[in-house]
Design a protein around this ligand. Structure first.
Ligand SMILES: *Cc1c(COP(=O)(O)O)cnc(C)c1O
Length: 405
């Protein structure tokens, strides 16, 4: 069976705006008449009789069998996110990495080739250079916004192009429509990791992407509580392959986590707008500080991809801000160690602002040359801007900035 994962109420919700879908899509009320979504904490489901069991197992009759395959709470999350990403099918996974793993297992075979942006989440790079490479899938890496390199790297064995836009931590953008056009002209699929933007800022399927990847751990939850992920598509064939890889491979989302993410989606638009506003204010303030040599934020007119961000991201620029201070590692660590409010952690997309030194944490495994090529300098600091009072956040950053070396 393939599960009844098609957005059954798609006809009813597709005419609604994103905020309505975020609250109304997905929940199929039970006979109890509950208003909020229930959590179905059950590993398996029972059948009326042996004949029904056989029909469910063979797939002749749609319905639940086992929560590794389908679960009503998980399905509600899948359908809600699916509606928000304007997809037709979604599978929820145990983590963002499980979403990428499941996508690879579903769509790739030995001998295939993938082209990836050099500035991807570190574990995504390891997944392809380590695990998938061992399974016979070759990878090439290109500069995110160098369209010629993408085109030149595609061979007759290439199956997927994989990217994140904006990138992390330097917040460079790629033109999704342009890359989708390139991919399709060569018979290749475009996979976009939409973790940093969420469907509030950017809906890659509407721009021509074939597969959207999420780590629900970040903004979809939004309060740093649960690990989860999802894959969204418009293609039934790809969905069947994804569903099969998930039910067999087993990287399924727990119903409890799905419920937390359902609650997260309800406030996603409000929270994303608040993240963006705070991040914009902090980026603008940082640009005025003499101690800061460079600010990376797509909302600033000084950002090289600002116009693309305006067009592609719904006039919203995200909750991440990176900046460079003088004094290299010592200067950056001074700012980080003098904070009293910001949390020193690499997680992002939380109500709590977090501060990281990429060169010695998220990008520490790269060689010095690789870091230099990627633009990750020793003076670079990344902030995931949360929902605290902006004045308090600026005061907190100023403590280290204004401390003499
Ligand atoms: C965190 C993250 C992932 C991985 O998600 P997990 O839920 O941690 O497995 C993938 N891509 C991006 C852009 C991320 O930030």
């Amino acid at each position: 069976m393939t599960g009844s994962n098609k957005l059954e109420n798609g006809q009813q919700t597709s005419q609604f705006g994103l905020e309505t879908q975020a609250i109304r899509a997905g929940h199929q009320r039970t006979g109890e008449g509950e208003h909020g979504e229930p959590i179905f904490t059950t590993s398996s489901f029972v059948f009326e009789n042996a004949k029904e069991a056989a029909a469910r197992f063979s797939g002749d009759q749609p319905g639940n069998v086992y929560s590794r395959f389908t679960n009503p709470t998980v399905r509600a999350f899948e359908q809600r996110l699916c509606a928000m990403e304007s997809g037709d099918y979604a599978v929820a996974t145990a983590s963002g990495m499980a979403a990428l793993l499941t996508t690879g297992l579903a769509l790739l075979k030995s001998g295939d080739h993938v082209v990836l942006s050099r500035s991807l989440f570190g574990s995504t790079i390891s997944l392809f250079t380590g695990i998938f490479s061992r399974l016979g899938v070759k990878s090439s890496f290109v500069e995110l916004n160098d369209i010629d390199s993408w085109a030149e790297s595609i061979t007759s064995h290439t199956r997927l192009l994989i990217l994140e836009t904006p990138s992390n931590p330097l917040l460079e953008l790629a033109d999704i429509s342009q890359l989708a056009e390139l991919a399709h002209s060569k018979g290749v699929l475009l996979v976009v990791d939409n973790v940093l933007c969420t469907p509030v800022l950017q809906r890659p399927l509407e721009l021509g992407a074939d597969i959207v990847i999420h780590s629900a751990t970040k903004y979809l939850d939004g309060q740093g509580r649960c690990i989860g992920g999802a894959v969204v598509t418009r293609c039934e064939e790809h969905y069947k392959d994804l569903f099969n890889a998930l039910r067999t491979g087993g990287a399924a989302m727990s119903p409890f986590n799905a419920w937390v993410f359902l609650k997260g989606l309800e406030t996603l638009t409000l929270r994303m707008r608040a993240h963006c506003k705070n991040a914009f204010d902090i980026a603008t303030w940082l640009e005025t500080r003499p101690e800061v040599s460079r600010v990376y934020y797509p909302g600033l007119a000084s950002h090289p991809n600002h116009q693309l961000a305006v067009r592609q991201q719904n006039d919203l620029f995200g909750g991440m801000v990176s900046f460079e201070v003088a004094g290299g590692r010592e200067g950056a660590w001074r700012v980080i160690d003098n904070t009293q409010l910001l949390s020193i952690t690499a997680n992002l997309g939380d109500t709590r602002s977090t501060i990281t030194h990429p060169a010695t944490t998220t990008h520490a495994r790269l060689s010095e040359d690789e870091r230099a090529a990627a633009g990750i300098t020793e003076g670079l600091i990344r902030v995931s801007v949360g929902h605290e009072d902006v004045d308090d956040l600026c005061t907190d950053l100023l403590r280290g900035l204004s401390t003499p070396s």
